[in-house]
Design a protein. Structure first.
Length: 146
């Protein structure tokens, strides 16, 4: 649901309100936004894994294990960073759409933290992922309009 509402609905809905139609680029551009919003939730679930398990909650991380949460986070990052490249290779945008790739080293640090840290130590990763979403979104928007 996070991917749908914070990605497709947010990006395509905003585009529709402004342009009165939704171009193909908006559908693709919504992927990294929704994926990174979902990644915030994944970090939260990985951080709370032990407590949620003890409390009987059934998050995806509790159901499939901590490693699955780390793998999901990696997939969400991969989808996010692949999208600008695809937009450029399809010829739907200029090379400037790849500006979000400048945040790749930051995302790799966040990923390492998710792999290595536990519990409240992941609060920084949670906040960092939210900041990454903001930076990625701004850079992608600049790249699309350039």
């Amino acid at each position: 649901f996070v991917m749908v509402f914070f990605g497709f609905v947010a990006v395509c809905g905003t585009t529709f309100v402004q342009a009165l139609y939704v171009p193909e680029i908006a559908w693709l551009a919504s992927i990294p936004i929704g994926a990174l919003a979902t990644a915030i939730l994944v970090v939260n679930n990985v951080r709370d894994f032990e407590g949620d398990r003890r409390a009987g909650k059934t998050t995806l991380v509790v159901r499939f294990g901590r490693a699955s949460g780390v793998q999901e986070y990696a997939f969400l990052l991969l989808a996010s960073y692949a999208t600008p490249i695809v937009l450029y290779l399809l010829g739907w945008s200029s090379v400037w759409v790849c500006l979000p790739l400048l945040t790749l080293p930051w995302s790799l640090r966040l990923f390492r933290s998710l792999v290595n840290d536990r519990g409240v130590a992941l609060n920084q990763t949670l906040a960092g992922t939210a900041k990454l979403l903001s930076a990625f979104g701004v850079l992608m928007a600049i790249g699309i309009v350039s």
